[in-house]
Design a protein around this ligand. Structure first.
Ligand code: F0G
Length: 443
């Protein structure tokens, strides 16, 4: 007979500096350590020595909740609330975030000779990017703390997500964007959801620096990923993914890197699952950057992750156009503890990878396609071995960045006469061209 195990209790959390280890009782507006100014992370002291039954019971509870219509159970974030900071249900800002599909990429897998290549499509979140999981939690914490205004600097997706969740939570939102460097779909979202949008004559790093100053004098809760609660929400993707693969870790998980919070959050999630005994092995978590915005790659190559090498960022994958990433220390720690790699990829490699994902029927924004471009490099270098299972994290929806697609591959034939005979002529011509191309390729 199965021994009944009590439901795991809600756990209290603490904030701890990732560098000097000091506990922070009352974080300042920039969420930095008051001793050494480094980033903070959320820790759960009550977990140490948690019995094995705790882990097994969690798997059951999480599965049972999937069938529940209650928002706190159907959300792909709050379903995992035993491993999150405690928030009263009335403060939860949720729109059913998470719950994203794990898709197989068959053509891409064949061309890379990999047996299992999967895409965890975070672009299927309510506002079209992975940001929603972290923002759902961070906004709920801001609401619990009594804030009436939230703010962020953004390359676009965070601003869309913050604006939407703030609107749902009845809070005002202010977003600082690098003028002229944000894909128009993302800007339109922030405006539509009613954020106060300020476009500054600087890049993302400049916007974030200014926002740090603003929150010292203006009562708004900072929702960039320096806010450690963002990472707590984002780490739930690691839980959801493991549940989807029946708690058997894939060999590799690959994410794009910008401000470096997402890779850090997923790594934290995997490490916590292992600490609690929910998984036995860790996936290697690798981070891919654009070659023109590769501070982490340079930091690892040039000094093995000890000192950040800042760069002047330039890439058409504007989501990851970041030269001074806030979470670099957390990302270095995750690369080292999971044994992951860090690579950069060219603009052409990103564009090609995006088209290849498209040929598998899976759309995403350019930053997300960097993962496939990076995987190809990691297969060539032998880091990813034949027979291994790989999961690419696609971070944003294809419709976020239409300008990119218009400018790159998709050249339309232009309007033709509205006659079936004209349509057939074009179809026959393209078929002939295809046959010609094939015979050229053979010769
Ligand atoms: N992919 C997409 C689509 C993004 O929007 C971002 C970051 C990343 C990857 C990189 O994630 O910063 O955690 O390493 N976008 C932020 C924003 C910076 O403001 O929307 P990261």
């Amino acid at each position: 007979m199965k021994t009944p195990v009590a439901n795991p209790p809600a756990v209290s959390h603490a904030l701890r500096c990732i560098h000097c280890g000091a506990k922070e009782e009352r974080p300042g507006p920039a969420f930095r350590c008051s001793h050494c100014a480094e980033l903070l992370e959320v820790v759960y002291p009550a977990w140490s020595g948690a019995p094995r039954e705790f882990a097994l019971r969690l798997k059951e509870i999480w599965k049972e909740r999937k069938a529940s219509p209650l928002p706190e159970n159907s959300s792909g974030v709050w379903r995992f609330r035993e491993l999150l900071p405690e928030v009263e249900a009335r403060h939860m800002a949720t729109m059913g975030e998470g719950n994203t599909p794990l898709l197989s990429l068959e053509k891409c897998a064949r061309s890379l000779r990999l047996p299992h290549l999967l895409a965890k499509h975070q672009g299927m979140n309510p506002t079209g990017s992975f940001k929603d999981t972290g923002v759902s939690l961070a906004i709920s914490m801001a609401r619990s703390a009594g804030f009436s205004c939230v703010c962020c600097a953004s390359t676009g997706n965070t601003s869309a997500s913050v604006a939407a969740y703030a609107a749902r939570a009845g809070l005002k939102s202010v977003v600082l964007l690098p003028a002229g460097q944000v894909a128009s779909g993302k800007l339109a979202q922030a405006l539509e959801y009613g954020a106060q949008v300020l476009e500054l004559r600087t890049d993302f790093d400049g916007c974030l620096k200014i926002l740090h100053e603003v929150v010292r004098h203006f009562p708004a809760c900072l929702l960039n990923s320096v806010n450690p609660y963002r990472l707590e929400g984002q780490k739930t993707m690691a839980f959801e993914l493991m549940e989807q693969v029946d708690w058997r870790a894939p060999d590799h998980v690959i994410v794009p890197g910008g401000n470096l919070a997402n890779g850090s959050a997923l790594g934290k999630g995997f490490l916590e699952l292992r600490e609690l005994g929910l998984i036995d092995a860790l996936p290697k978590l690798s981070i891919i950057q654009a070659a023109g915005a590769n501070p982490l790659v340079r930091t690892m190559r040039e000094n093995d992750g000890r000192e950040l090498v800042r760069v002047n960022p330039e890439t058409k994958a504007t989501a990851i156009r970041i030269g001074n990433p806030a979470s670099w220390r957390k990302a270095v720690a995750v690369l080292k503890s999971t044994g992951g790699a860090c690579e950069d990829v060219s603009e052409d490699e990103i564009a090609k990878a995006k088209a290849e994902l498209g040929a598998d029927g899976v759309g995403c924004e350019p930053a997300s396609a960097a993962t496939l471009a990076g995987l190809k490099k990691l297969v060539r270098s032998g880091f990813v071995k034949p027979g291994e299972t790989v999961v690419l994290v696609l971070t944003g929806h294809i419709l976020k960045d239409l300008d990119y697609m218009r400018e790159s591959q998709n050249v339309s034939l232009g309007p033709i006469e509205a006659e079936a005979v004209e349509v057939i002529k074009v179809l026959e011509r393209t078929e002939q061209l295809g046959t010609l191309e094939k015979s050229h390729a053979k010769n």
